[in-house]
Ligand binder design. Sequence first.
Ligand code: GLN
Length: 384
Amino acid sequence: MLELSSKLPDLGVTIFSTMSNLAQKLGAINLSQGFPDFPAPPQLLDALSRATRGGFNQYAPSNGLPVLCGLVADLYQQRDQLCLDPVSEITITPGATLAIFCAIQASVRAGEEVIIFDPSYDSYAPSVQLAGARPVHIALEYPGFSVDWNKVKDAINDQTRMIIVNTPHNPTGTVWTEQDWQQLIELVHDRNIVILSDEVYEHLVFDDVRHISAASFPQLRERSFVVGSFGKTFHVTGWKTGFCVAPPPLMQLFRQIYQFVSFCGVTPIQVALTEYMQLHPEHIHQLSSFYQAKRDLFNTELAGTRFQWTPTQGTYFQNLDYREIRPDLDGLSMCHYLAQQHGVVAIPVSVFYKDPPQNIHLLRFCFAKKNETLIEAAHILAKV
Ligand code: GLN
């Protein structure tokens, strides 16, 4: 008799599927799941078409197209003056989520502990559990979402094998400062702790905020997996193509797992990204101002609303506090209310916590949308 039970019995369908399905069912404006509703650059789409028709349809090298790994290395050189070896320190993967999964499987064993800062992207904890390890959730200080370093210090013990960092941060939009990184360096320097730094929104920082990569600190680089996503950077989340950066000893462990999880990333997508990055270096340089204009448009059009907010520092998410409108509703109920009564779908920040704070009334809105979508949504929200 067949007897199987779930390895993740406490988890249902992800919030991203749930909310996008709700938006579709209701015909509502979908500002929930993070993806652009505008087209990718035509030159990138043409490059993909040329790649498939040009015969790039068989397996890529397992570690990624060497020329694309080289372009990723160039970006670190330009931004952080870092000299990465594209052959031994960079792997292209089918999405950042899969890179996160492989980095965890490569370094964490059953019985060990992984520190996760809540609210957190929803794939971290299940990936830790599937390694047989224990996620240790530390809540960021609400409402500013800073790290309480004393809590981190207290949580670290001999079982702690990894700390997962995400900056710019989904869902709060906060960005780690030099001081945050220095605190982390101090806590891990004499310990057997790996850092997994999820930097998929690295090119989406606003105003005078600067993204600082874990890889830019020599003390962290030697113990860090840094993960990025071409999907976010080039407006093609459905292409599910990302990368992992790690020093050779860590990368060897990563690749050992990765070769059996996927073997390689999608070939024509890597060819297309290579061509587009070579011909259009301005794309990345203009990305922050492109998204900052969208953030500002959304925020300006919300003028007069009873929602409250601070402009987001990074990512393409703006959180709005609804305590003045419906303090009686929890986040999920507020999202259902907004979807059903007003036709706009968001995601409650509370779902990104293991134990959400009692007084949290925040909703996450994705502003990676056409200007007309943002204006329409903001006008509806301004009247709620
Ligand atoms: N990262 C995206 C978000 O936060 C969605 C990713 C996904 O659907 N798994 O909305």
